[in-house]
Write a protein that binds this ligand. Sequence first.
Ligand code: GLA
Length: 498
Amino acid sequence: MGWSSWNSFSNTVNAQIVMEQAKAMAANGMKKAGYQYINIDEGWWLGKRDANGNIVVDEQAWPALAEGETAGDMGNIVRFIHGLGLKAGVYTDAGKDGCSMFPDLGPKYFGAGSEGHYEQDFLQFARWGFDYVKVDWCGGDKENLDPAVQYAEIARAIAKAEKATGHRLYLSICEWGKQSPWTWAPHVGGAPADVWRTSGDIVDPIVASGEHADRKAGFEKMLANFDQGIHPEAEHTGFYNDPDMMVIGMPALTDVQNWVHMSLWAMSGAPLLVGADLTKVTPVTLQILTNPDVVAVDQDALGLQAVKVAQQEQGVEVWSKPLAKPGERAVLLLNRTADAKEITAKWKDLGLAEAQAQVKDLWTGEILPSFGMYTVKVPPSDAVLVRVQGSEGESKVYRPEAAARAACRACDVRFSQVEAHGGWARVKITYANPDKAARYAELRVNGQSATAIAFPATGAAAGSVVVQVQLDRPDASNVLIFSADHDGMPAIESITVQ
Ligand code: GLA
């Protein structure tokens, strides 16, 4: 959760702008609501290096901010941001050039990428004290590089920088979904957690005083980004699809569109990065961004993404995001059509028992009990977001096949007689990991794509993580295989399929 400079400031970004935004976030209730990152996007550096290959920073744009500081040291702005109790993000490209060779404002700049300097640059970012780095793909794309290879190198450079400085950079991959990052980005290069973009930009920057000041953010493009960002199999245990910075509060979006946008990002479990100018956002926009129930849906500890559980007709949809508390779901009744529609969410489709449940409308705060289903009339191009508190439906427990149960840190753990399941199944994996750090394993379902799952330390007791999979083979013939990813497997005791 945080703010990014790109959408509203493009490459005009400088220390003054960043300080104003950080101060606004600390004071306007966003920080209190959980927003913490102030991310400096492209334009902070334009490709100049010294004789030793070190990044050279413009001293006027990034001056000394306190006594004893030197101009051109990005550590200055990081200290300022940290001083407000916030975290700081920076930006580079995986290729030799960055995106500034395709400028939206001003001249082209070449050489603003980190290729050939991965270790040097990520060490520098960590030394400056940054907490987050977004790594774009303009240069990598131009050179036709393989993103799975480059981002793995980058993750290793980040790990090395952490060893040297004790400071970790959170990795944000920005490859726009071009080469299906959800298939390779989770745990790429050993990254303990990361996010990856799944689509292009919702809007090109709208800089208030710039030549594109009359550009507008589009509701349809925002919806398209939401759709392109849905890859539930890959989103769990610290790995997240990223449908782009939000355009909430930016020119042209109405309040209704803003809350639909916020509802969609929360359901997606997406990073909540605000692209608007925080010094100008309206009180209504702030209310939308900071609604505690909606933020809690996005940040829910289970870390799962919503799946579409019903479509009454084209554009009339029910989405469900399983929440950490048993029996809880966030449910979005989404009407993409031009007419008002009655939409019904059925407990059966949510995986809940046919019983009384409490439904809370997260935008109005209204609470009502409902039995078996919830129906609401949704205006055109609008959505209703509710939290349903009921009880879990039936589930089935499976134990690993005998051969794999031996204490073998590198052996596959197989479940090959798992029953078919309509739509997305939730799989709770009960495991033990006696290490201090997380272990990782890859899960393959029916021989298809693998996803890397993090298994945090559990001590002596058992723990669990939940993932979502599709079990589309008939009868009890679905196969789930967990394989060691790098070093060691957790001890998987059982899976509970619902
Ligand atoms: C790409 C990214 C954007 C932004 C710009 C900067 O388009 O997708 O989010 O970082 O580059 O040029």
